[in-house]
Design a protein around this ligand. Structure first.
Ligand code: ADP
Ligand code: MG
Length: 194
């Protein structure tokens, strides 16, 4: 099986590809479709549940599992190898804990606007890179959940774009993340709210 990856995607290790549950999948677009159907189930689960207790490892793993458990055996489990993006795999739990504590502090002290809190939270989360795959989609959904159920704000619009496929919108999104890597949040703030 050969998958071609869009820019800024995390390639999977062979042992991670072995965790593919629908074994008939051979093409990237089939995989995208299976994943999207699984994600739709997760979205329904969230709407019904209206989660409040989200800034913790348990919820974030549970969400990833809800999004990808029909497709990947390792859904909901942290990665156990290093990737081109992300902290060393063994630092994931502590980095995530720090992010959760920081985010709670921002909220309590209204350190930034709601949009900026969500954008910063999204960028930090995807930079830790919790899972072998699905980090972008998971971290965008986490930012949406933060906006909707914790900050009681309208959803982010993410450039009104399909960010899974390669293209100008995805390029813009990845450029905004790279600029946030350097501590510059302006592009990302514009993007998530455009
Ligand atoms: N330079 C970067 N800094 C921070 N995050 C990045 C960077 N480049 C890419 N990303 C994030 O990593 C994601 C790709 O990781 P991946 O696990 O493949 O997620 P998904 O499968 O949902 O696309 C991108 O969608 C983006 O959110
Ligand atoms: Mg991916």
């Amino acid at each position: 099986m050969e998958f071609n990856y869009p820019e800024g995607a995390t390639p999977l290790d062979p042992d991670e590809i072995e965790g593919l549950i629908p074994t008939h999948i051979t093409r990237r677009d089939e995989l995208d479709r299976w994943e999207q159907e699984n994600i739709n189930e997760a979205l329904a689960w969230i709407e019904e549940r209206r989660p409040k207790d989200i800034l913790n490892e348990r919820f974030m793993k549970q969400l990833h599992k809800r999004m990808f458990s029909n497709v990947w055996k390792w859904a909901g489990t942290f990665r156990k190898s290093d990737k081109n993006i992300g902290v060393s795999w063994y630092k994931i739990p502590i980095e995530l804990k720090l992010l959760c504590v920081d985010t709670e502090y921002w909220i309590e002290h209204q350190a930034f606007s709601e949009v900026e809190m969500a954008a910063r939270f999204h960028h930090r989360l995807v930079s830790i890179h919790l899972f072998p795959n699905g980090n972008g989609r998971h971290a965008r959904l986490m930012a949406d959940i933060l906006m909707q159920y914790i900050l009681n704000q309208p959803l982010l619009t993410w450039g009104k774009a399909n960010l899974i496929k390669s293209g100008d919108d995805r390029k813009k999104y990845i450029e905004a993340l790279k600029s946030a890597d350097n501590g510059e949040y302006e592009l990302l703030l514009q993007f998530v709210n455009s």
